[in-house]
Design a protein around this ligand. Structure first.
Ligand code: FAD
Length: 326
């Protein structure tokens, strides 16, 4: 019988990602009700030191796959290693972050182990003994509750920042199980280029608590400076609409929306963004939305918690000065 709640652990630069800690806390809550064990899956090379963090945030067991071939993420290697492990251990649930890596890996693994995948979830709960996933549909205009009663494991990707990570319990331990990885070099596509690093002291867009985002109203790339100044005062990430990206003002990795990143920060400040359905699809689950737009009829005000009708070139610098005083 399938057993165990599994969380795929994402890490970067020797640190476990926040979304993994959020998923571990969700896993613990499910485990309290189902009596199952929570296991974290730690893949990479030289990553065993991260097992203690996973334990402190709620893992009972850590499956550690430490292998040269897993030193860097590749779809082939990770999906093969994870697929093999699922078929051997038969967990009941597998949760991954809805990140670039999580989305890529989850789809391939679900296909390999022939199970269902609930993608882009904003909630996970147990109801009447069944695991229920909350998912946005129609570009975030509505939410559905979905269940997957037949297939195992039930797999889901969950957006960063929609769940809350509990405080770690210092000294909490977990059993570490070494996983043998059966990979042939010839099976794998070669990664020609390493991960492109964005040298920035700002938080990553999908994990940021605060995002300051600019659209076509920014009028040019040079004006992003005023958003960056506000972002730095707030400890925020910078985002953009597709109009700004398509104009070549800012790289695509900053794009928020249906064809960009999905974000759920505590605070989203939209500057010179009209509020198209495509943009809202990526940010409408933000906990608090502030819109700065000179057009009082702009659609963004329909979803904003606070709206400022005005010229962003006057409002944003004023906001930065006020925030510096806090
Ligand atoms: P606009 O709609 O042109 O709005 C600019 C706003 O700035 C206006 O409301 C204006 O009043 C305001 N403004 C101008 N000057 C100032 C000023 N000085 N001070 C204050 N306000 C000012 N879009 C995304 O964002 N993300 C996506 O992922 C995405 N995916 C798409 C996928 C597809 C298949 C398609 C067809 C479109 C997609 N789009 C996406 C594009 C989307 O439809 C909109 O065109 C885009 O979001 C508009 O960007 P914007 O709000 O910056 O520009």
């Amino acid at each position: 019988m399938a057993k165990g709640i599994w969380i795929f652990a994402e890490h970067r630069d020797g640190k476990i990602k926040k979304v993994t800690l959020e998923l571990l806390s969700a896993g613990r809550k499910l485990a309290t009700e189902t009596g199952e064990e929570v296991s974290a899956l730690l893949f990479g090379k030289g990553v065993s030191g991260l097992a203690s963090t996973l334990a402190e945030y709620g893992a009972d067991k850590v499956y550690l796959a430490d292998d040269d071939m897993l030193a860097q993420y590749t779809t082939d290697a990770y999906s093969k290693a994870l697929g093999d492990l699922i078929m051997e251990k038969e967990p009941s649930v597998l949760l991954l972050g809805c990140t670039v890596l999580g989305r890529d890996l989850a789809a391939r693994v679900a296909q390999k182990v022939k199970t269902c995948l609930m993608s882009d979830c904003t909630g996970v709960e147990l109801s009447g003994g069944q695991l229920v996933f909350v998912r946005p549909v129609y570009a975030g205009k509505a939410f559905v509750k979905a269940v997957c009663p037949e297939l195992k494991p039930v797999m889901a990707t969950v957006r960063p920042n929609v769940l809350t990570a509990d405080e770690p319990r210092a000294g909490r331990g977990a059993e570490v199980v070494n996983v043998a990885v059966h990979l042939e070099k010839t099976d794998l596509r070669q990664v020609i280029k390493d991960v492109v690093m964005q040298i920035s002291t700002r938080p990553e867009l999908t994990e940021a608590n605060i995002i300051v985002s600019g659209g076509r109203g920014m009028k040019g790339p040079e004006n992003y400076k005023i958003l960056e100044e506000l972002a730095d005062v707030l400890g925020a990430a910078v985002g953009a609409s597709r109009a700004a990206v398509d104009s070549g003002w800012i790289p695509q990795s900053f794009q928020v929306g249906q064809t960009g990143k999905t974000v759920s920060p505590a605070l989203y400040i939209a500057c010179g963004i009209s509020g198209s359905t495509m943009h809202l699809a990526g940010m409408s689950s933000s906990k608090c939305i502030v819109a700065i737009n000179k057009d009082p009829e702009a659609d963004i005000f329909k979803v904003a918690d606070y709206g400022i009708v005005g010229d962003l070139f006057e409002v944003v610098p004023l906001l930065t000065e006020e925030c510096k005083k806090l």
